[in-house]
Design a protein around this ligand. Structure first.
Ligand code: FES
Ligand code: FES
Length: 169
């Protein structure tokens, strides 16, 4: 049965009316018109729908919207602002350094995995700004790129780490 719920997404509170079991992904796309998270498998298997909940990646396709009550959700759209807050920057950059690195390395082909790779990679860089290649591979495990762009995605994350290291807050 539909209920009135308040959710925090990209630092804004939203009042929505939805069945509490509705997947968060549907609410993000249909109610909030956010295009970052995508529907891929719908089974928590690919990562296309990933978002951060209190800084930790979750699969929004299998997360009932009621379960994120009281949490702060960040989608791809909110990554630059979240990054600015974490780094104490006066202004959010246009793109999170990892988004910029994806552009510069042309890491993706079809782009279906881009959202999840960026969300998970941003989570990693927030926890560890200097990850080794092996750590990156391990942390990103479970995010599927059907185009097989893994080597370039690895390069993009390494480039983003370099960018972050060279930045003056
Ligand atoms: S669409 Fe959610 S994990 Fe694939
Ligand atoms: S670039 Fe096509 S799925 Fe990764």
């Amino acid at each position: 049965m539909a209920a009135s719920l308040t959710i925090r997404v990209n630092d804004e509170l939203h009042e929505i009316t939805a069945d509490p079991d509705t997947p968060l992904l549907y609410v993000l796309i249909n109610d909030l018109a956010l295009n970052g998270p995508r529907f891929g498998c719908g089974l928590a298997q690919c990562g296309s729908c990933s978002v951060l909940a209190d800084g930790v990646e979750i699969r929004s396709c299998v997360t009932p919207v009621a379960r994120i009550a009281g949490k702060s959700v960040t989608t791809l759209e909110g990554l630059p602002a979240r990054y600015a807050k974490q780094r104490g920057l006066a202004q959010p950059p246009t793109l999170h350094p990892l988004q910029q690195a994806f552009v510069e390395t042309q890491a993706v082909q079809c782009g279906a995995c881009y959202n999840g790779m960026t969300i998970k990679g941003a989570e990693l860089l927030a926890r560890n700004p200097h990850p080794e290649a092996g750590e990156i591979r391990e942390f990103m495990d479970g995010h599927i790129c059907r185009c097989g762009s893994y080597p370039r995605i690895l390069k993009a994350i390494q480039l983003a780490a370099t960018k972050i290291a060279g930045e003056t807050p």
